[in-house]
Design a protein around this ligand. Sequence first.
Ligand SMILES: [Zn+2]
Length: 723
Amino acid sequence: MKADRQFGEELDVMDQKNSEDTGLNRREFIKGAVAGSAALATGLPQILEAEKAAPSSRPYAELRSLPPGAIKPEGWVRLHMEGQARLASALPEISYPFFKGTFWEGEENSPAWFTWEQKAYWVDGATRLALVLGDEALLVKARASLDYTLSHPSSNGFLGPKFLEFGDDFGGLNRWPNTVLNRGFMALADAQPTPDKVDPEKIAESLQKHYLNDQASYISGTRNITNLEVILWCYERTRDRKLLEMAQKTWDQYMKDAEDEVAAAARAATNGTVGRRRFSMHADLARSAVFADTPIQSHGVSYAEISKLPAILYLYTGREDYRKFVVAAQRRIFDHHMLIDGIPSSSEGYAGTTALDEHETCDITDHAWAWTYVLQATGEGVWGDHIERACFNAHAGVTRTDWKGFQYFGSPNQFLANLNCDHGTERWFGSRRLAYQPNPAQLIGCCGGNGHRFFPNYVLSMWMQTKDNGMAATLYGPSTVTAKVGSANQNVQITQRTNYPFEEEILFEIKADHPISFPLSLRIPAWCNAPHIKVNGVSVGSVLPRNGFAILRRTFKSGDVVTLNLPMNVKSTEWPNNGIGIERGPLVYALPIETKWTSVAEAAYSSEDFPTWEANPLGEWNYGIALDPANVTSQVEVKQKHYEQNLETSAWLWSDAPTILTVPARKLEGWGYETNPKEPHQRFTPHLPDPGSLKVSDQVERLTLVPFGATQLRMSIFPKLNG
Ligand SMILES: [Zn+2]
């Protein structure tokens, strides 16, 4: 009781107004649409408010991300990234021409725009990876394209090849590859300390000239509008109000055009003149569709990249209609397309939510990146929950644990991952997209570069600054952050010691030269209903998070230790076709299928050191889970062991996870692989069976499940049998 009195009043909550403004209930979405129109009509006064707030950057951000270099990965996070850095470093040497070529380094001949996109993905990812790890050799490689491009502007200031400046293979002015590359400039200029021979002001001024002189329309073109992300970064750096006005006008016109497209499509359907397009020209982002919460008719990457833009606009303008829009746009993803591993089906358009729906690896990176902006705009911890879920399940689940390869498409159930087993849509059926490859490609190799953006961006968002000069732990994992806090902007260092998400306890060790008073916000995931916090071993009493955070307001001194405990409960989830999934905390669990790995060095795609990997199943998988859904906790057994945090000696957590589960299951006779009638030897992961058509064993066995992210061949959505 003494403990409660001592620290209880220190626990605070984040501003409740936020949760009322951006909460995920339907009435609020409808209200949002109305409020949005009103704010659009009033427009500019809110820009002026942002101007007054200078020099504070992103004045309306509820949470503000830190520069590359402020957060250092430790423990399993560092091990994971070091494996990734070895592959990222090798990629330009692997023979796939679009990495080996001198794209963004003087090359002008190209078969298509996507060559520039995929090299740029790699440049941005490798730059961020190098900055986060402090890997100077990788930074030299990654910077070659950035340094060349910056030092070779056209007479107009355009940064990039003439191939893009004056047109592309589709005849328009395609500016999407510029967005992808320019994010590398953003990371390089923001990095602390500033790397050798980097001039952040020159980068910002060069981009300012590039955008203000460019003759391209940022409203037309499939993804030209994505440049708003860089334009707004450039506004923050240069304070050139023309950039902010350009971004707002472009977005507002894009919204109008998107609505016009919907109206034109409705007229055409009525007249019977035009069939339905597969994808909307405006990524299906018309306000009417977004606030009606309809299923999305769009390419996943386009939607993720464009739908996030109002969150960034909000950071600089505080226009509430922007924030309402972005939350509503994300809601459609969760309501209609979300797969069990935390990323929506996207092969390459959004699809269903079955055990066999797939997502492109680019979509893992791009959706999580989008949510980092939503987190900053809303200050709601639930966006951290979403990013973690994507990280620990979808991202880890498409990656070999040794970082020797990853997939183009990944799926909740994948019993095979070879060069001809893609069970996805007709378009990709039988393709190589499920195989694990250093550069997962089949002509287009976007994921090979983009896959390297995910994890550095995760680390860059693990900590954020709060509006009141405090720190927020936004994503968990072993790491150390250094930042300025409190009214006097004093340095503090906070180290997270933890094996999370494999364990429930996270220690925060504070280091500071002098005692500092600042608010420390700890994200309380929505899945956790009994969080517990101690300061120097003494409980702070009951924790009542608001907006997904608990806040400790106190004077911290060097050596203070805050302990956060996030008890993880087991639960089951339901999926189409009588499917059931098992989760515990942020981790989805899966049946790992014993695998025979074979590798081949393919001239076009891989090398001797980084070959193409095929995974074929040796083990059995034909089981259903026999659980009583009302009584899951007592029927699922949790087995845990503890690893010491020691980089030299600790086992690799993803290949030997400390927490495993056992569940009651029964064998299903007659459930086998599906085959290609024209090629009987070509096998595919089967659909979930109709339980009535199979013989269910009388014998109950205990199946061992491991974290989804620890598996390459797996079943994570099981046939549901009676308990
Ligand atoms: Zn891709």
